[in-house]
Write a protein that binds this ligand. Structure first.
Ligand code: ADP
Ligand code: ADP
Length: 228
């Protein structure tokens, strides 16, 4: 589904963020990228949806080189969730989630209906939450809205960068469990960045362990990683 072949990224200032990275992600699996801060995890994620262009190598999505795709078209098929979910403060939650389908040209009513379904899906009762504003939500609830928004266009691929990082441990465990259930039910292919090895082995079908200098140290099942 996603294949990285000899991918490297050196930033304009000479910082080597990622080096000769090979990674294969099978359809409908969740792969966690784990490792210390600054080892190239976020950079790797952003190269998949072309927020950043690789310096070397290539990234193949569903058989096609991502550099051949129109970036806007490419991102329709890729949901993106980050730690500090940027919700529009002056729009209610349903409108926030409906933004993506609206941008894709969905008719207003259909986009709204979809938004309510998605809120339900991520465990936010639409009757309670649709009309609330972002500042009226807890951190965990805002992360759920971020996931709902990323799912809005029904992309086959999700990229998640520390999606549960900003919430307390109890809420975090709950969000992890719910997300795993959601991912299996919907059949999404997920690349998820975390600095927490416990989260990586809990959630990943496979775990990619990054080391300093943006090198892949290990890529294996959680059982093999724990046994190593
Ligand atoms: P991680 O997600 O593992 O914390 P990043 O991919 O964010 O790591 O960063 C990898 C390396 O690239 C770090 O040394 C970071 O400082 C550097 N880096 C990230 N973004 C830029 C940038 N825009 N310009 C220069 N260096 C950058
Ligand atoms: P958490 O511990 O998950 O961060 P909070 O303490 O932020 O939760 O919020 C607890 C509950 O109060 C949540 O259900 C949230 O929706 C609700 N809440 C928080 N702020 C407001 C507000 N300004 N108006 C209405 N409800 C709120």
């Amino acid at each position: 589904m996603i294949r990285l072949e000899g991918v490297g990224k050196t930033y304009e200032d000479g910082t080597v963020a990622v080096q000769s990275l090979d990674l294969d992600v099978a359809p409908n699996t969740l792969v966690c990228l784990v490792g210390p801060s600054g080892c190239g995890k976020s950079t790797t994620l952003k190269m998949v949806n072309r927020l950043i262009e690789p310096t070397t190598g290539r990234i193949v999505l569903d058989g096609s080189d991502v550099t051949d795709a129109d970036p806007v078209e490419l991102r329709r098929g890729i949901g993106y969730v980050i730690q500090q979910v940027g919700l529009f403060p002056h729009q209610d939650i349903a409108t926030n989630v409906a933004t993506v389908p609206s941008l894709l040209g969905w008719e207003k009513k259909k986009a709204k209906t979809r938004a309510l379904e998605l809120l339900e899906l991520v465990g936010l009762d639409p009757a309670t939450f649709a009309k609330r504003y972002p500042h009226q939500l807890s951190g965990g609830q805002r992360q759920r809205v971020g996931v709902a928004r990323a799912l809005a266009a029904d992309p086959p691929v999700l990229l998640m960068d520390e999606p549960f990082g900003a919430v307390d441990p109890v809420v975090r465990a709950h969000l992890q469990d719910e997300f795993l259930r959601l991912q299996r039910d919907l059949g999404k292919t997920v690349l998820m960045v975390t600095h927490d090895i416990d989260e990586a082995v809990k959630m990943g079908d496979r775990v990619a362990v990054f080391a300093a200098g943006g090198r892949l140290a290990q890529y294996d099942t959680p059982a093999a990683i724990l046994g190593a």
